[in-house]
Design a protein around this ligand. Sequence first.
Ligand code: FE
Length: 198
Amino acid sequence: MERSEPAPIAARAEAVRSAIIDKGILTAEAFDGVVHLGTEEWKPENGARVVARAWTDPAFRARLLQDGTAACAELGYSGAEGHYIVALEDTPERHNVIVCTQCSCTAWPVLGLPPDWYKSPEYRARVAREPRGVLRELGLDLGEDIAIRVWETSAETRYMVIPVRPEGTDGWSEDELAALVSREALIGTALADRPPQD
Ligand code: FE
């Protein structure tokens, strides 16, 4: 039999959904619930709120560094793939970056599902060996005086980066600050955005 062209992704996704439900692995309700979580509830905006709180509330920051899971849960972010969250504190001298060399683990409740580049064999293979070069290729050119520490996330431990708060943001609200923190900043392949200079 000749192989036909692969079906479009939407058709393949629907075929997988049908198979899982037909075999009784998940009910339709449970399946759609997971999809809802993955697309609506688990998102990097959650991690950005955690960072904004840490920037503005020193006591929260201390709790976040002490027990990331509990601190994220204070803001309502907990659950699947977030049972052991460890927050990594950037400083002007030290930058943290996360990778899962095995596969694609992220802390779902605060980072969302992993982006494609994070899952790519190239990123996974190279960032641990040559982080400075990989970050530069991704648009983050750190000075040689800034140490880079690479953290291997795993099925058990899920990291999030607390980037350095940008200068010029004194007095900003949590909402304004959270808007400066991208998914890439939470992974460590970008810094928090700087406010526009005039
Ligand atoms: Fe993984």
